[in-house]
Design a protein around this ligand. Structure first.
Ligand code: SF4
Length: 105
């Protein structure tokens, strides 16, 4: 959930292993893992004003993958598989890292 909006939803194991939203990836990168180097994703900027949210995708001002389309169009919920849904224009093309597929250092 980002700024009061659900951006990705699904079964816990599926989300941990296979995130399809950049905010989920950033959250998962902050989870400490014994014996692994942390490649934490630090989001730039600050959270937007809740009464003046960005156009298009509300995460776009902090998303490391944002493109022009993200400014112009709000991403729709789309099904990934089963009960897994995400709202990102590039959910199928980004190779996001989950916890269970994070490489060991
Ligand atoms: S739609 Fe664009 S800004 Fe929003 S999460 Fe996806 S890549 Fe990032």
């Amino acid at each position: 959930m980002y700024m009061g909006n659900i951006v990705e939803i699904g079964e816990r194991e599926e989300l941990l292993r296979n995130p399809h939203h950049p905010y989920t990836e950033a959250l998962l990168s902050a989870v400490p893992r014994a014996g692994q180097r942390r490649n934490r994703i630090v989001l730039e900027g600050s959270t937007p004003d809740p009464i003046n949210l960005p156009s298009g995708c509300i995460f776009r001002t902090r998303c490391p993958y944002a493109e022009e389309k993200c400014k112009e169009q709000k991403p729709e919920w789309e099904n990934i598989e089963g009960e897994h849904f995400a709202a990102c224009h590039f959910k199928d093309s980004l190779e996001l890292k989950g916890i269970k597929n994070r490489k060991r250092a």
